[in-house]
Design a protein around this ligand. Structure first.
Ligand code: TXA
Ligand code: MG
Length: 331
């Protein structure tokens, strides 16, 4: 069994992180909380430890990892070149849910970047994450702490579900604030692109990057991770679009149906187990993966999800929902 330590993000001593830091320094894997989702970390320069992350997750070898830092200046040791654009974004959005892609320096092993000449860098805002990185004294490479293909974990119980016996230590720092993974922005090419939408939205980015656009999506993914089956609970997810969601869901549901509702009162549904995603797209993001895993725990055999509108954070939530549903849409 993997050891789990509980650290209160609002009130902790950094020496509570000593054991986890030591495990990382010795080449082990540590699952830790961030403000987006939990990460499964290894010291970025330890090639063996980095390869063990891929094994622990069952992650395809061509899907690169994000390197997490705790001080802006660490970017200079990871990136070959730090552009003005990168400085502007970092100043505005770090620590926070934004990852930037830049040409990599020689210090970043190809094991981290899956053979690419670029590196993804993020400075989180979660106090436990940054304190851990500081205690280790080196950047930490970390994907989300789920088994590949599963919804990202937003609570320690879900990290334990996937990583017990696979990670060397798990830090329980409570629930993730945002609930979906960071926005990934590629700054390594002429035209900056959002490769993965997140809580920093394209509208948030436009004042800083006038020509920012969305990447090409899943057909020819620049962000290798976006092409795989993703975020999927065991039960199939069906997105129910349009004005007649109540009618469609009531017609097709039974006692073993899970319903993730949004702005439709739960009592409108005649059968099934209803969980309320909240009243805003930010609340939806914070609840979505957690509730998908809850539905699995309840043993539902299908999930109907009412999506948020497609603006701002709604766009990012829909991106994950569509991947979870793998194309199953009813309207
Ligand atoms: O919020 C987050 O970003 C979380 C927490 C733990 O920080 N991490 C996370 O990592 O979501 P992961 O590995 O699940 O997703 C990283 C994404 C993948 O889609 C990957 O393909 C992309 O970032 N990525 C990483 N390095 C890249 C690179 N050099 N070029 C393009 N895409 C890259
Ligand atoms: Mg992931």
């Amino acid at each position: 069994m993997t050891k789990v330590i509980r650290v209160n993000p609002d009130n902790f001593n950094t020496d509570e992180l000593d054991e986890a830091a030591k495990i990382l320094q010795d080449g082990g894997l540590c699952a830790f909380p961030t403000e987006t989702v939990y990460g499964l970390g290894a010291v970025y320069s330890d090639k063996n430890a980095v390869l063990n992350i891929f094994k622990a997750k069952g992650r395809p070898a061509d899907n690169p990892l994000i390197v997490h830092i705790c001080e802006f200046n660490e970017i200079y040791s990871l990136a070959k070149e730090v552009t003005d654009e990168a400085m502007r974004l970092a100043k505005r959005f770090w620590g926070g849910p934004l990852t930037v892609i830049l040409p990599k320096s020689d210090s970043v092993p190809y094991e981290v970047t899956a053979g690419l000449d670029t590196v993804a860098i993020r400075l989180p805002s979660h106090p436990v994450a940054t304190a851990l990185i500081r205690r280790v004294g080196l950047p930490i490479a970390a994907p989300s702490a789920n088994l590949s293909g599963k919804p990202s974990p937003t609570a320690a119980e879900h990290v334990i579900e996937d990583m017990d016996g696979r990670a060397d230590i798990i830090i329980d720092g409570g629930n993730s604030f945002f609930g979906i993974e960071s926005t990934v922005v590629d700054l390594s090419t002429d035209k900056p692109q959002v490769l993965r939408p997140g809580a920093v939205t394209i509208e948030d980015l436009k004042p800083f990057l006038k020509n920012i656009e969305y990447g090409t999506g899943t057909s020819a993914p620049k962000s290798p991770g976006m092409k795989y089956k993703h975020y999927a609970p065991n039960a199939p997810v069906y997105i129910v679009e349009g004005g007649n969601a109540i009618g469609i869901i009531n017609k097709n549901s039974d006692d073993k149906t899970g319903i993730l509702t949004y702005r439709i009162p739960p009592d409108k549904f005649e059968r099934g187990t209803v969980l309320n995603a909240g009243n805003t797209a930010y609340e939806y993001a914070a609840n979505m993966f957690y509730y998908f895993r809850k539905f699995d725990e309840m043993g539902v055999d299908k999930i109907f999800a009412v999506p948020p509108e497609e603006d701002n954070m709604g766009y990012s939530v829909r991106n994950r929902l569509y991947k979870s549903a793998g194309g199953r849409i009813i309207c």
